[in-house]
Design a protein around this ligand. Structure first.
Ligand code: SIN
Length: 303
C-alpha cells in the first residue's frame, strides 16, 4: 500500500510532517554529515537576533529524569552572519526553511523579520515569543495576550512570509493566548516551547544551571504538549505544529490525532542524531501497517 505523508503547510509543500525544533539542529550543517537533509519535511533554524549573542553562562544544560533542562540564552551568530553564512548554504536543499526569530524589543523583532522576509533565503518565519531563558524579550512577549497582540500587529506589517508564532506552556490560559495570536495575524501556531524547571545538586546544595532555572524538554513534557495542541486545535482555525517530547512515529501520530498539521522534534536529536530520519521511516511503516493512506485521515480525530 502506498502512503502519502505529505503536508501542505501555509502553501509550503512538506514531504512529511517532521522538522527539527529550533535550537536543536543549529543551522543543519552538523546533521548533514549524518544524513541527507532532504529527507526532512522542513528545516527550522536556531533563533536569530539582530546582534550576535554568546548566550548565558555555563553550565547551561542539565540532564533530568525523562528529559533535559537548557538555559542557552538564544546564543546565535546574529542576523548579518545568518544571512551571509548560514542560510545561503541551505538553498541547495529542496525543502522549506523556517527561520526562528527572537528579540528584546518590538523594534528588534520587526527589523530581523523584515530583513529575513526580504532576503529570499527563508520560506517562513517562526516568531519566538516563548524563550524562558532571557531577561528581556522571549517569554515576556508571549505570556500576556495584549503584549503579544501588539507585537504581532507590528511584525505582521513587515512580514511578507507566512508567520508561525511559537507559544509557551508557561501561561495560565493557552486558549486566550492562541486566540490573541490568531486575531493579531498569525498564520500558524507552534507549541509547546519548554516548561520552566530547575535542578539542585544535592552535594553542593546549589542549582545546577548557572542561571538557576531553565527550560524542561523531552518525554516528560509530551502529555502537556498534547493537551495544549488539542485545546488549540479545538478553537483555532490556524494550522498547528506540535512540539514536545517526540521520540517515535507513534508520538507523531498522537500529535496529529490531537489536531497538529506537522511536528517538530527537539531533544531526541541530542540522544540520536538519526532520530528524525528514523522517525520518518517508522511513520511510513506505521501508516502502511495500520492502513492510514494519508495524515488527513487521522488528523484531529481525537477532537
Ligand atoms: C534558548 O536559547 O535559551 C532556548 C530557546 C528557546 O527556549 O526558545
Amino acid at each position: 500500500m502506498q502512503v502519502d505523508m505529505s503536508v501542505n503547510l501555509l502553501g509550503l509543500k512538506l514531504k512529511n510532517p517532521v522538522m527539527p525544533a529550533s535550537g536543536c539542529f543549529g543551522f543543519g550543517k552538523e546533521y548533514s554529515k549524518y544524513y541527507d537533509l532532504n529527507k526532512l519535511g522542513a528545516i527550522v533554524v536556531k533563533a536569530t537576533t539582530q546582534k550576535a549573542r554568546l548566550g548565558n553562562p555555563t553550565p547551561r544544560v542539565a540532564e533530568v529524569t525523562c528529559g533535559m533542562l537548557n538555559s542557552i540564552g538564544l546564543a546565535n551568530p546574529g542576523l548579518d552572519k545568518v544571512l551571509s553564512d548560514e542560510l545561503p548554504w541551505l538553498k541547495s536543499y529542496s525543502l522549506p526553511v523556517i527561520v526562528n526569530v527572537a528579540g528584546e524589543t518590538v523594534e528588534e523583532y520587526c527589523s530581523v523579520v523584515d530583513r529575513i522576509s526580504r532576503s529570499k533565503l527563508a520560506h517562513a518565519i517562526e516568531l519566538n515569543v516563548s524563550c524562558p531563558n532571557v531577561a528581556q524579550g522571549g517569554l515576556s512577549f508571549g505570556a500576556d495576550s495584549k503584549v503579544l497582540s501588539e507585537l504581532l500587529k507590528r511584525v505582521r506589517g513587515v512580514c511578507s512570509l507566512p508567520l508561525i508564532v511559537k507559544l509557551s506552556p508557561n501561561v495560565t490560559d493557552i486558549v486566550e493566548i492562541g486566540l490573541a495570536a490568531q486575531e493579531a495575524g498569525a498564520d500558524a501556531i507552534s507549541l509547546i516551547n519548554t516548561l520552566i524547571g530547575m535542578k539542585i545538586d544535592i552535594n553542593t546544595g546549589r542549582p545546577v544551571l548557572a542561571r538557576k532555572v531553565g527550560g524542561l524538554s523531552g518525554p516528560a513534557i509530551k502529555p502537556v504538549a498534547i493537551r495544549m495542541v488539542y485545546q488549540l486545535a479545538d478553537v483555532l482555525k490556524l494550522p498547528i505544529i506540535g512540539i514536545g517530547g517526540i521520540y517515535t512515529a507513534e508520538d507523531v501520530i498522537e500529535f496529529i490525532m490531537a489536531g497538529a498539521s506537522a511536528v517538530q522534534i527537539g531533544t531526541a536529536n541530542f540522544t540520536n542524531p538519526m532520530a528524525m530520519p528514523d522517525i520518518i521511516d517508522d511513520l511510513e511503516r506505521y501508516m502502511k501497517e495500520k492502513g492510514i493512506k494519508d495524515l488527513d485521515q487521522i488528523r484531529g480525530c481525537a477532537l
